[in-house]
Design a protein around this ligand. Sequence first.
Ligand SMILES: C[S@@+](CC[C@H](N)C(=O)[O-])C[C@H]1O[C@@H](n2cnc3c(N)ncnc32)[C@H](O)[C@@H]1O
Length: 75
Amino acid sequence: MKSPERNRVCSVERAGALDISLRKLLQNPQKILKPFIKEGMTVADLGCGPGFFTIEMAKMVGNNGKVTAVDLQER
Ligand SMILES: C[S@@+](CC[C@H](N)C(=O)[O-])C[C@H]1O[C@@H](n2cnc3c(N)ncnc32)[C@H](O)[C@@H]1O
């Protein structure tokens, strides 16, 4: 049986670390997603965590688009 430390799913307790402003300098969602996401699109963020990419996706698709964000962890 795997110990909790070997569980590969990012824990909810560590999720806050995914949503820090410094991360945008290294992984800018707008820059990364710009070639793929246009206004009005319907897109999915699978494994969205706390929404680091989700919020930027929503801005990119605008009021006529739709973002569905899914994560296996309820919290
Ligand atoms: C490393 S985190 C990344 C979160 C987010 N995409 C980000 O970049 O900040 C990976 C996320 O994927 C979720 N995840 C892993 N396997 C999944 C699955 N099979 N279905 C849905 N979510 C999943 C985890 O719960 C975790 O929140």
